[in-house]
Design a protein around this ligand. Structure first.
Ligand code: NDP
Ligand code: 2IT
Length: 448
């Protein structure tokens, strides 16, 4: 019954059967399985010990009710969740997402991806993801506070500085992390680094806010350098205008690139000559402090606003997908290729569909996969944990230098495991390198 070889179709068939109606989870696993199964088949110990089967089953899933009272005194009921996916190489670590469309499917795909990403960071970090079907948009600060306090009242039982350390993700920024940290501290009567992305006054790390976007740009520069290219002078489109997108755009500009488009869920802006530093600062203030919409930027600076959210329609040489999953589809990939785009970097998690990613790579477009390209965020979260443990804070220079070194090491791992003659398959490289470390730890533990 048990063969010493894994077959991709058989494996995926079993996974889909065990996890019906979870297309995002299937997609994330399929992408990994395509590259890892040929590797596993050359190393039968992983097949025999059924490591990939174990790695696709979360350690546990915690689901809970979150009740809170809105400003009109109405009772609201949401669902909270934490998927603790894998702690083979460190405590569970990964973000919390608040979004009205959040499903368990999304959290399972994100938790699975996190396992590989965290392994690539070179730091001792396991993987988890969580969140709630709560929509922070349009809520008052006090409503968000009451929600976060209620959410943490349950979540605190399942997390801890050595157990599981959540952070932000879509819909969860410094305001939400602060409310949750404040509530954790009340409940446990302990000041410990149980969340990352904290305020600088209470244990947060410098450049955590910027880390995902900056890291994505550092990784892209490494990849371009490897192919005798550079980011300076390139026209870039960036999707989204949230935490990842804003700081990717800022770093692109610092490195000499031109940011010609950005978006949010209501539309996109196009500035063919590239945003100026002043415009970038204005946009960061609009999005971070005033919670505004991107059309306000277009109104203020008299530039083109398009209610069509896709930025892939605008001519560019580099594309940074920094909004959400499956936002870059096959038709978008074809448009990018037609317009002469030469590199696509995934700042978001799984922003390209499998069809889009295959199409881009077959056309020779350099492709930086999410688990490698956006690992800078969780890496600096790992550095925040180190600083909390040591009860000290590193300087901006020290942290940016460490982030840069980590992104370089992630790139090296991708090259080492993704090389196929003269060609480097970064998807394969990231998947195999991420897999190996976790798989070897699991082998060492025996049957668990
Ligand atoms: P934010 O909530 O700060 O920003 C998300 C941005 O994407 C907003 O501009 C939002 O627009 C836009 N967006 C969200 N959903 C959609 C949609 N369905 N269609 C179009 N636009 C959309 O989140 P982050 O920047 O933190 O996260 C972005 C991505 O990066 C996610 O995939 C996340 O998992 C990933 N990531 C985040 C890390 C982090 O450290 N924060 C680390 C690694 C990956 P609007 O405001 O209008 O909703
Ligand atoms: O997807 C991600 O890597 C994140 N949202 C950041 C996780 C973290 O723990 O910093």
């Amino acid at each position: 019954m048990f063969s010493n070889q894994l077959d991709l179709d058989d494996f995926m068939h079993g996974l889909v059967k065990r996890n019906p109606n979870e297309p995002d989870f299937h997609q994330a696993v399929q992408e990994v399985a395509e590259s890892v199964i040929p590797f596993i088949n050359r190393h039968p110990k992983y097949v025999k010990e059924r490591i990939l089967e174990r790695m696709t089953e979360p350690d546990r899933i915690i689901l809970f009710r979150v009740c809170w009272e809105d400003d009109e005194g109405h009772i609201r009921v949401n669902r909270g969740c934490r998927v603790q996916f894998n702690n083979a190489i460190g405590p569970y670590k990964g973000g919390l997402r608040f979004s009205p469309t959040l499903t368990l499917d999304t959290l399972k795909f994100l938790g699975f991806e996190q396992t590989f990403k965290n392994s690539l960071t070179t730091l001792p970090l396991g993987a988890a993801k969580g969140g709630a079907d709560f929509n922070p948009k349009g809520k008052s600060d006090r409503e968000v506070m009451r929600f976060c306090q209620s959410f943490m009242t349950e979540l605190h039982k399942h997390i801890g500085a050595h157990t599981d350390i959540p952070a932000g993700d879509i819909g969860v920024g410094s305001r939400e992390i602060s409310y949750m940290f404040g509530q954790y501290k009340r409940l446990e009567n302990q000041f410990q680094g149980v969340l990352t992305g904290k305020g600088l006054e209470f244990g947060g790390s410098l450049i955590r806010k910027e880390a995902t976007g900056y890291g994505t740009v550092f990784f892209t520069e490494e990849l371009l350098k490897k192919h005798n290219q550079e980011l300076a002078g390139k026209r870039c489109v960036v999707s989204g205008s949230g935490n990842v997108a804003l700081y990717a755009a800022q770093k692109i500009m610092q490195q000499g690139g031109y940011v010609v488009a950005l978006s949010d869920s209501s539309g996109s802006i196009h500035v063919p000559e590239g945003l100026s530093r002043e415009q970038m600062d204005w946009l960061i203030d609009l999005k971070e402090n005033r919670r505004g919409r991107i059309n306000e930027f277009a109104e203020h600076f008299h530039c083109q606003f398009n209610p069509e959210t896709s930025v892939w329609q605008y001519p560019c040489q580099a594309a940074f997908a920094c909004a959400t999953q499956n936002e870059l589809q096959l038709e978008d990939a074809k448009t990018l290729i037609k317009n002469g785009c030469m590199v696509v970097a995934e700042g978001a998690n799984m922003p390209a569909t499998l069809e889009a990613s295959h199409c881009l790579r077959e056309a020779g477009v350099l492709f930086a996969p999410a688990k490698a390209a956006n690992a800078g965020g969780v890496a600096v979260s790992g550095l925040e944990m180190s600083q909390n443990s040591m009860r000290l804070s590193w300087s901006i220079e020290e942290l940016e230098d460490r982030l840069h070194t980590i992104m370089r090491k992630i790139h090296e791992q991708c090259v080492e495991h993704g090389r196929e003659g003269d060609y480097i398959d970064y998807v394969k490289g990231a998947n195999i390198a991420g897999f190996k470390k976790v798989a070897n730890a699991m082998l060492a533990y025996g049957v668990v």
